[in-house]
Write a protein that binds this ligand. Structure first.
Ligand code: AGP
Length: 591
């Protein structure tokens, strides 16, 4: 996902712009650039690779004296990752940076090419810039209003106009905020980018245009100036920097007990925050990636413990499929960022059908948080590493609490009080697992040369496998598959060869023996078995880690962190870019 920052004030913008881009690195990118403006002079400096390369280029360049600039990190969608396609883009009197996808850019580009416009890049952004230049008038708001009417798709634009010494911004479906400083103001894709400068900001809604000077911010909608609320971001104890850790991913894993405690406190004393799911006949849990795998754990518990019919579906499928809403249904959207395009679309599909939605989300003013009918926030604080860890754990925790409360309300949970006690102690139990990180580091080092791995489990253990497999894949680039343990023998077992690592997740009492027999099937083919279980008696393994046996509701919260650490240390043993793995973005705001 691309990142945008912009500055207008009394100082030269370079430092702010580079600081901001560095704070946005976690979103994933492959090139970056800045544009500086002084009256009718625009200077654009771009680079592929890391921000440090752009910074070096800027330091080697004699930059124009100015107090206005925009900057961008690009995660390539239209056109390959090179300097020509990097933002900012300039066409005539307009210079812009963009996050999103202009879906009708080809049609517009063909028209403009026929009219003689020559494009330098393959990007949809340059097309949008050409539209603004084509519709350029002496009224900047009118220029932008008329331009966005021509554009279909998603966008967050930072805009510089030749005849104006102001900073402009507008968005639709891609987040953008206006930060409020002292004798300076900012634009940014998210608050993390400017948190060292301010915690006050205005959240732009779709098609609202910001006209910004160093000491004024005007917001326009449909040509009229409107009033907007000033939001304040409360600082959590986790600052968005690594502290003593080498990587955000490890820092965020080690924060899990703290943020779990904070989230439990939020829901323990104020029960009214916990939505009553028992009034629904059917629940669809819709999400992407790790959030979907957290949803799979929620599904297992809601069905088995609370006897509520539950489906999980990845949002990219759900948004386009025929969904039959023939019973009182709740759609639960799970999302750390609250800006995942597919999950937003799934939510809006449910709304079109008049279906209630509940968002389990981390970023409080995100699109999903603001548009869902109900929301329950996890209190993970800023999660910077592209690979989610602490947010995933809190998503699982909230879904587990929802299942426990629903089971209790339906009179199906005789051990309710006991499990509430267990919940109290969960952060410390989790801390004990994390204190064994050296054990998992050794496993990661063992996996250094392995090209592929399997994760097998049944029921809720299979849902755990899905997340364990994704963690290993996305940060260490090890090909890995999570399989229902009973399914492996229907074909895929042909891939089992001597020494291949197979992670066996075995925690569910009623199916342990079944999974153990599947382990024997692969062990007999000389696979290397890494077992994570809650049962000391389990045998047949090369490696075994036993977590404390607790209720089904919360058992995954002790198991998954072990797999997160194994994924981390495998990547670490290979010296990889753990916090921003290749090709990945922290929040996929395009479909
Ligand atoms: C998980 O480590 C990945 N970063 C990815 O699967 C992520 O969970 C998914 O893109 C959903 O993101 P969201 O929670 O912000 O919606």
């Amino acid at each position: 996902m691309c990142g945008i920052v912009g500055y207008i004030g009394d100082k030269s913008p370079e430092k702010f712009l580079i600081d901001g881009l560095k704070k946005l690195e976690y979103r994933g990118y492959d090139s970056s650039g800045i544009a500086l403006k002084n009256n009718d002079k625009i200077q654009i400096i771009k680079s592929t690779g890391r921000i440090s390369e752009l910074e070096e280029k800027i330091n080697e360049t004699e930059t124009i004296p100015c107090t206005l600039g925009i900057a961008h990190t690009r995660w390539a969608t239209h056109g390959e990752a090179n300097e020509r396609n990097a933002h900012p883009h300039k066409v005539g009197r307009v210079t812009i940076v963009h996050n999103g996808i202009i879906e009708n850019s080809n049609e517009i580009k063909n028209r403009l090419v026929n009219e003689g416009i020559v494009f330098k890049s393959e990007t949809d952004t340059e097309v949008a810039c050409a539209v603004m230049n084509e519709l350029y008038s002496n009224d900047p708001i009118e220029t932008i209003e008329n331009s966005i009417k021509q554009l279909k798709g998603s966008y967050a634009f930072g805009i510089l106009l030749e005849d104006s010494d102001k900073l402009y911004a507008v968005r639709k479906d891609s987040p953008l905020i206006v930060g409020i400083g002292k004798n300076e103001n900012y634009i940014a894709s998210d608050i993390n980018a400017i948190s060292d400068y301010t915690n006050e900001y205005i959240l732009l809604e779709d098609n609202e245009i910001a006209e910004i000077t160093k000491d004024s911010i005007k917001i326009y909608k449909d040509g009229q100036e409107i009033e907007k609320k000033i939001e304040t971001e409360n600082k959590t104890i986790e600052t968005a920097n690594k502290g003593t850790y080498e990587h955000f991913m490890l820092k965020e894993i080690m924060e899990e007990p703290i943020v779990l405690q904070r989230t439990l406190n939020k829901y323990k004393y104020s029960k009214e925050n916990i939505m009553d799911l028992t009034k629904y006949d059917e629940i669809h849990i819709v999400a992407c990636g790790s959030a979907l795998y957290a949803g799979m754990i929620g599904k297992e518990l809601l069905e088995e413990k609370a006897n509520i019919k539950c489906f999980t579906e990845c949002a990219s499928e759900y948004r386009y499929k025929k969904v039959i809403y023939d019973r009182k249904t709740l759609v639960i959207l799970v999302s750390q960022s609250g800006e995942t395009a597919d999950t937003i679309a799934a939510m809006r599909k449910a709304h079109e059908e008049g279906i209630d939605t509940l968002a389990i989300v981390n970023v409080k003013l995100s699109t999903i948080a603001r548009e869902a009918k109900y929301h329950m926030f996890i209190e993970a604080g800023p999660e910077i590493s592209v690979a989610t860890t602490k947010a995933y754990i809190l998503q699982v925790a909230l879904l587990s609490i929802l299942a426990l409360e629903a089971a209790h309300k339906k009179g199906l949970e005789p051990n309710y009080e006991q499990y509430l006690q267990e919940l109290e102690k969960l952060p410390n139990k989790l801390r004990k697992v994390l204190n064994d990180k050296d054990i998992f580091q050794k496993v990661g080092e063992e996996l250094k040369e392995d090209k592929s791995a399997f994760f097998i489990g049944r029921g809720i253990d299979y849902a755990i496998c899905k997340e364990g497999s994704l963690k290993l894949k996305e940060v260490s680039y090890t090909h890995s598959d999570a399989y229902e343990a009973g399914e492996l023998k229907h074909g895929t077992i042909s891939l089992i060869e001597e020494g291949i690592p197979v992670f066996a997740i075995i925690t569910k009492d009623n199916i342990k023996e079944k999974t153990e027999s599947n382990v024997i099937e692969v062990a007999s083919r000389k696979a290397k078995i890494y077992t994570i279980t809650n049962d000391e008696a389990i045998t047949n393994h090369h490696f075994k880690y036993t977590v404390e046996k607790i209720s089904d509701y919360f058992q995954p919260i002790l198991v998954v962190p072990a797999l997160q650490l194994i994924g981390y240390y495998t990547a670490y043993s290979r010296g990889l870019e753990i916090d921003h793995p290749r090709n990945l973005a922290k929040s996929v705001t395009v479909e």
